[in-house]
Design a protein around this ligand. Structure first.
Ligand code: SF4
Ligand code: SF4
Length: 643
């Protein structure tokens, strides 16, 4: 059911990202753009589902900077617009973001990054909050599911009141957990877009939209922030719950507020500890904070990852000393909570117990010891691996073996996607560098210029099809233009596989399910000036032959596109090309040349080692029927039968 269904007053169980999407609809947003990335993707996906019904335009943009530009255009034309991404994306968007903060907006515009404390599905735990402070735009941090909807909706009103972008930041535990939400009304008015640009250059609503004159616009930006602070002073979203004269007050925001509430409850400390939950976390409203800082002398800041709120509270408390007296602000800088990783109720409760001079033992010691022993010795090891029938396993098998056969210590510069797992044994430990999206080819471009310094190892990069459009294309242009000596491999599995098959420009459907012209990756690479070869990674022999010959080329950029649809894609899921079986007579097992090559090295989860029979076997339930294992068995013991 779409988040557009349900009327005012209805109670719904919503995932945080659904609540945010509903808030966007209740705000009457006309345009939403984003780039997929966990934990943010469901916001755009839910809006795309509601796009026809609510007459909104929704797109998965080619990258986060472009998505911010697309959303900004709608705002400049007087419409409300939303831009969504995960935390890494704000970094990508920041180039335009710095300009947009100065130019200002017209229709309400919200930037909604979802941070990932603990990097549960990321390769860093960078904080979007710092970007709000860097570019000087107001920051709102909803702390529960109702707020996820209501704060998002209010952010558009705030944006229109100050004529500037507003950041609403979510985190994994809010975006992906679920809770009750009372719905509001969906607006029914028709919206009309018009970009007015013929007015005076300094007219924010009728003149051209740009960041110059910079000093003037920067001054204006600071005035807008002051106005935001005035609105924050009265915000009903900032709340204090606790005694009038507390012994200690916890200052918190976002999902950390839920841990704080639970910690106070577990220690039965509600009579002496208050909780000040802030939604308007930057800039802090000084009058509201003065009132609350006057309540007691000791404050404990509970937040995830960096001490962002802690530092801001400390700075403000220092400024307010003449009015409130000196305050002790405790938190991460005192070692009470870690400066990395996710928080949890135990961590917060243990820190609070220390501050209250009481002891806290989450579970009886014997239970904790037994649980630790069981998980250490009792649970089977379960490593991260590619899915059965994943084309990436076959691709990296081909890449790894080609580099080994080449024998010159060639290496692969990696990239972000499910294929990043090739840094692990499941991908034969093939990736040797791993940074941001598109960086594999950028780094390879640099390595590819080190020949004059004696580097004689083959340089290979990998990227996915979505990443190619996102940010690997400029790196390829760079490599071609500067005559870097590299082989770039594009793992084209026909979708943004890691985040749930969101469409990208290489496909012929857009986010709203409409037909769209696809951009041809081989044609783009050839137009850039690279030599291009295309192979099916499931054809291991042909792939290795082509790759070995590309590695032997003397110089320049060669692109190998390994094209095979993702095993989990909606088109392919459940469809087996082959029925596969192990001929137990032929299987050499532990006497196989590589001592169980298929289950020990190739490691497709569809294969398992039968310790009793001393042969490998196929798990018919898990096997996706790609047939690749039949080619890797040196004894020819794995047979495939065409379906
Ligand atoms: S199926 Fe082939 S690779 Fe696997 S153990 Fe048997 S002989 Fe070795
Ligand atoms: S055919 Fe072999 S490689 Fe392919 S999914 Fe089945 S077990 Fe895995």
């Amino acid at each position: 059911m779409s988040v557009a269904s349900g009327k005012k007053g209805d109670l719904k169980l919503y995932m945080g990202n659904e609540a945010i999407a509903r808030g966007v609809l209740e705000a009457g947003v006309s345009v939403a753009a984003g780039y997929p990335g966990t934990p943010s993707s469901e916001i755009i996906e839910n809006l795309a589902k509601a796009s026809k019904e609510r007459k909104i335009y929704v797109e998965w943009s080619v990258n986060e900077k472009v998505s911010l530009e697309v959303a900004a255009a709608a705002s400049f034309a007087g419409l409300r617009s939303l831009c969504v991404m995960k935390q890494n994306g704000v970094n990508v968007a920041s180039d335009f973001l710095l300009h947009l903060a100065y130019s200002g907006t017209r229709g309400g515009m919200v930037l909604l990054p979802c941070d990932d404390p603990g990097a549960l599905s990321s390769v860093n735990e960078g904080e979007a909050r710092n970007f709000a402070r860097l570019v000087e735009i107001p920051l709102l941090e909803p702390g529960d599911f109702q707020e996820a909807k209501d704060v998002t909706k209010w952010a558009f009103e705030l944006s229109e009141a100050i004529r500037n972008l507003v950041m609403v930041r979510s985190v994994t535990r809010l975006s992906h957990a679920s809770g009750d939400v009372v719905l509001g009304e969906l607006p029914e008015d028709e919206k009309k877009a018009r970009f007015i640009h013929d007015g005076f250059v300094l007219d924010p609503m009728e003149g051209p939209v740009m960041s110059p004159p910079v000093a003037y616009k920067h001054g204006l930006l600071l005035d807008k922030l002051k106005k935001a602070v005035e609105m924050f002073e009265e915000s009903p979203f900032n709340t204090y719950v606790g005694p009038d004269k507390p012994e200690l007050v916890i200052i918190t925001s976002s999902a950390a507020g839920l841990y704080a509430k639970e910690a106070v409850g577990l220690l039965n400390a509600g009579g002496k500890v208050g909780i000040l939950r802030l939604v308007t976390t930057w800039p802090l409203p000084p009058k509201f904070m003065e009132k609350n800082l006057s309540m007691c002398d000791r404050f404990f800041v509970v937040e995830e990852v960096q001490p962002f709120l802690e530092e801001n509270v400390k700075a403000l408390a220092q400024e307010l000393t003449a009015k409130t007296g000196p305050k002790t602000i405790l938190g991460k800088r005192d070692g009470l909570l870690p400066m990395y990783g996710e928080l949890n109720c135990d961590l917060v409760t243990a820190a609070l117990a220390k501050l209250l001079n009481t002891t806290y033992q989450p579970v009886p010691q014997e239970y904790a010891t037994a649980a630790m022993q069981k998980s250490f010795f009792g649970a089977p090891t379960r490593e991260l691996t590619f899915c059965p029938g994943c084309p990436h396993r076959a691709s990296f098998w081909g890449i790894h073996n080609s580099l080994c056969a080449d024998g010159r210590q060639g290496f692969v510069c990696g990239d972000i996607g499910c294929y990043s797992m090739a840094v692990l044994p499941s991908g034969f430990s093939t990736l040797k560098t791993l940074h941001s999206m598109g960086s594999g080819t950028g780094v390879a471009s640099g390595f590819g210029k080190l020949g004059p310094f004696g580097l004689d190892q083959p340089v290979v990069s990998v990227c996915g099809d979505s990443t190619f459009f996102h940010s690997a294309m400029p790196a390829l242009v760079n490599a071609v233009h500067h005559r870097a000596d590299i082989t770039m491999i594009i793992l084209d599995n026909s979708g943004t596989g890691m985040t749930g098959f969101q469409p990208h420009p290489g496909l012929c459907k857009d986010a709203m399910g409409q037909e769209a012209p696809s951009v041809d990756i081989p044609a783009v690479c050839r137009a850039i000036g690279a030599k291009v070869e295309i192979c099916d990674p499931f054809d291991i022999v042909a792939t290795q032959k082509v790759l070995k010959s590309l590695l032997m080329e003397k110089s320049g950029v060669r692109v190998l596109i390994l094209r095979q649809i993702c095993a989990l894609s909606p088109e392919k899921k459940g469809k087996k090309k082959y029925d596969v079986a192990v001929n137990e007579e032929k299987c050499l097992g532990e006497n196989c040349g590589c001592n169980r090559l298929c289950t020990r090295i190739f490691r497709c989860p569809g294969l398992f080692w039968d310790a009793e029979k001393k042969t490998s076997r196929i798990d018919d339930v898990i096997c996706a029927g790609c047939g690749v294992c039949a080619d890797i068995c040196p004894a020819g013991a794995i047979m495939r039968l065409e379906n």
